[in-house]
Design a binder for this molecule. Structure first.
Ligand SMILES: [Zn+2]
Length: 158
């Protein structure tokens, strides 16, 4: 008997679908609201969902007076925005004073040490060595490698 009715009024409803229906959302495809009355299992579920909603709302009694006071407080707050404390007007002056104090306590800049060029004997040796290096046609690093080869009389290396 139940199965026959199901065929007439669509498929069974899930709990989530019942809750959505309770809050006025459109039923999903293939759902029929008349099924909630005709199907025994869905009908009991539907009653349970409705009962649960009634229970959750019963504890909430919000008086109109409370709502009126809340509304008044909100409008009052909107009409007169919070003013910043008058001390905030002094903030830029305080920051400027702190900066000035910080600058005045800066240690003096150290004297720039200037080195004058003085050519010493060791410098002369260095320059001589450098000019000698620049005159050589083969780099000095090649000397150890050259020592590995024994030059023969015909000039061919082995
Ligand atoms: Zn059903």
């Amino acid at each position: 008997m139940t199965e026959r009715m199901n065929n007439q009024t669509g498929r069974h409803w899930s709990r989530d679908e019942m809750v959505s229906h309770l809050y006025g959302l459109d039923a999903a495809e293939g759902l029929n609201a008349s099924h909630l009355d005709s199907c025994e299992s869905c009908h009991s579920g539907w009653l349970a969902v409705q009962q649960r909603r009634r229970e959750s709302l019963s504890g909430m009694t919000v008086s109109g007076d409370l709502l009126r006071r809340q509304r008044k407080a909100i409008f009052a707050r909107i009409d007169r925005p919070r003013r910043p404390s008058p001390l905030w007007g002094l903030a830029p002056a305080a920051v400027t004073a702190l900066l000035l104090v910080g600058v005045s306590f800066q240690p003096p800049k150290p004297a720039v040490y200037t080195q004058t060029a003085a050519i010493t004997a060791s410098d002369r040796e260095l320059f001589n060595e450098l000019s000698e290096l620049m005159r050589e046609d083969t780099p000095r690093a090649a000397a150890p490698i050259r020592a590995l080869f024994v030059e023969q009389m015909d000039g061919e290396a082995q």
